[in-house]
Design a binder for this molecule. Structure first.
Ligand code: SAM
Length: 282
């Protein structure tokens, strides 16, 4: 491999690809669940792929991790108990633990190898793993949520891979019913919801499955994410009742540094482009 080699993820539904110029392959492991690869790139730091799909780069992961955590945690009135399903690179866990009011943050990823690779090649994402409020489990998130005590969780964040393989069951009514049961009445579910440019049908179906599970309010938040197909991604928040009101003043309480998320981004994040709003009936 030379400094001019390119690593691509081809994305067939849009006939497009995302690529990085790479220097060398640093590591590879085939876990019981998936193939994990790590590359060193010329301009984006390290790159992690799972089964050929880009997961994390050193340079742009902050966009995703901040948007998966802060809009929900600053919207919830008092988030104390947080559960992250997936999220094995530990970046979402780190962001959640920046909130001083959080008392426990459980991260349940099916694949220990993802966390071991992150510790080695993305140590900055794992810097809060030793926080006494963190509990890091390696288990199937579907079973974890099914066994959660009813009404025991304030925020569930589903930081999953795409809905194929082990993550397929993290996008359906049965899983969302477990989340609904585990959440307190004012709780919030957050699910990574793929590209709003390429996969609007998937987002619509996912929101429908959440609705069948009992959730009544939904808010899809688009954000830039250069390393994922189309470069534009989203997460979707759901609530049992009460709707979503993204108020700038809620996010002004932020007493820690962020790189993308701000009070203005918090308020603006709920603005959906008309073609997305129409497709989602939002
Ligand atoms: N940010 C990425 C994206 O949107 O493409 C995903 C991040 S990656 C940390 C997702 C994690 O979900 C992987 O580590 C994978 O092992 C985990 N995962 C997949 N299926 C799971 C399941 N059923 N239970 C728990 N974790 C799961």
């Amino acid at each position: 491999m030379t400094a001019s080699d390119w690593l691509h993820e081809q994305f067939d539904p849009t006939g497009s690809a995302i690529g990085f110029r790479v220097v060398r392959k640093l590591d590879q492991v085939q876990s019981p669940f998936q193939k994990i690869e790590i590359y060193e790139s010329t301009d984006w730091g390290n790159v992690m792929l799972i089964d050929g799909a880009m997961m994390v780069t050193t340079r742009d992961n902050f966009l995703y991790h901040e948007m998966m955590s802060h809009p929900a945690l600053f919207t919830h009135p008092d988030p104390k108990r947080v559960v992250i399903i997936g999220g094995g690179d530990c970046g979402t866990l780190r962001e959640v633990l920046r909130h001083p009011g959080v008392e426990t943050a459980v991260q349940c990823d099916i694949d220990e190898q993802v966390t071991r690779m992150a510790e080695k090649y993305f140590p900055e994402l794992c810097e809060s793993n030793g926080d006494p409020r963190a509990q890091i489990l390696f288990d199937d998130g579907i079973a974890y949520m099914a066994n959660c005590a009813p009404g025991s969780v304030d925020v569930v964040i589903v930081d999953s891979t795409d809905p194929v393989g082990p993550a397929e069951g993290l996008f359906n009514k049965a899983f969302f019913e477990s989340c609904f049961r585990a959440l307190r009445d004012d709780g919030i579910l957050v699910q990574q919801s793929e590209s709003p440019l390429a996969l609007l049908d998937l987002i619509r179906e996912m929101r429908a499955e959440m609705g069948k599970a009992g959730f009544t309010s939904f808010q899809t938040l688009p954000f830039p994410q250069p390393c994922y197909p189309t470069g534009w991604w989203s997460c979707t928040l759901a609530r049992k009742s009460g709707g979503f009101d993204f108020r700038e003043e809620d996010a002004r309480a932020k007493a820690f540094e962020t790189k993308y998320y701000s009070a203005a981004i918090h308020k603006g994040a709920q603005a959906l482009p008309p073609f997305v709003a129409r497709a989602l009936d939002a």
